[in-house]
Design a protein. Structure first.
Length: 211
C-alpha cells in the first residue's frame, strides 16, 4: 500500500502546486507566510516542515530562520522532493534541505527543532500513522516549540467538495471524516497549548500547538 501511495504522490507532484492554489485561492502565497509567522521563528532557528510536498513552506521557513538558521523538509515522495529541490536551486536558497523519510519515523534527534509545520497534508495520514506523527513532532521539537498545522476547510463548491472527500477517502484514513470534525483533539492530548483559527481567506484553518 505504501508503494501505491508513493507512486500516487510521485505522479501528483506534477500537479500539486496547481491544485493547492486552485483550492486555497492563494495566488500571492499569503498562507505560506501566515503559517510561518505563526511558527514564531527568530534568526538562527531550526525549523522542520513535514509532508513538505514541493517545498513551498520549507522555503518560507528558511527565509524566516535567516542565514544563520535552517529549514528541513521531509516527505516520502521522491517526486515531490525532486520538485522541491528544483525550486530551491532556481531560487538560490542555501539554508533549506530535503530528506526522504516517513513522517511517523522522523530521522532526527529529540529536541532538534524550534518549530515544525505541516501544510495541507496532515489529513491524508492514516489514523495510526497520524498519531505516531504527532508524537514524533513532540519528540523532535524543543520545549516551547510550536507545531503549526494548516488544512483546507471543507469546500462549499459541490464539485470541489467531491474531489476533497475523494482525496480524503482514497489517500487518507477511514476515519478522515471524524478527524475533520474533531481535528483539535489529538493535539490536545500531546501538547500543552492548542489554538485553532480560520485564515482570512476562509479556505483554510490553522491549528498551532505548543510543546
Amino acid at each position: 500500500m505504501k508503494s501505491y501511495r508513493r507512486t500516487y504522490y510521485n505522479i501528483f507532484s506534477y500537479f500539486y502546486d496547481i491544485i493547492i492554489r486552485l483550492h486555497s485561492q492563494d495566488k500571492a502565497g499569503y498562507l505560506r507566510k501566515f503559517i510561518v509567522d505563526k511558527a514564531n521563528l527568530v534568526e538562527g532557528d531550526r525549523a522542520l516542515d513535514i509532508c513538505t510536498g514541493t517545498g513551498s513552506v520549507a522555503i518560507e521557513l528558511a527565509r524566516g530562520a535567516g542565514n544563520d538558521g535552517m529549514a528541513v523538509g521531509v516527505d516520502f515522495s521522491r517526486g515531490m522532493l525532486d520538485k522541491a529541490r528544483n525550486k530551491v536551486k532556481k531560487l538560490g536558497i542555501q539554508n533549506v534541505h530535503f530528506v526522504e523519510a516517513n513522517v511517523s519515523e522522523l530521522p532526527f534527534k529529540a529536541d532538534s527543532f524550534h518549530a515544525t509545520t505541516c501544510s495541507h497534508a496532515f489529513y491524508e495520514l492514516k489514523g495510526a500513522e497520524r498519531e505516531k506523527t504527532i508524537k514524533e513532532v513532540v519528540r523532535v521539537n524543543k520545549k516551547g516549540g510550536r507545531f503549526c498545522m494548516m488544512e483546507h476547510e471543507v469546500p462549499e463548491n459541490p464539485f470541489v467538495k467531491m474531489l476533497f472527500y475523494l482525496r480524503m477517502y482514497t489517500m487518507g484514513s477511514s476515519d478522515a471524516k471524524i478527524f475533520l470534525k474533531e481535528d483539535i483533539l489529538p493535539f490536545k492530548r500531546e501538547f500543552n497549548k492548542v489554538k485553532k483559527e480560520v485564515t482570512v481567506t476562509g479556505k483554510s484553518k490553522l491549528i498551532c500547538a505548543e510543546k
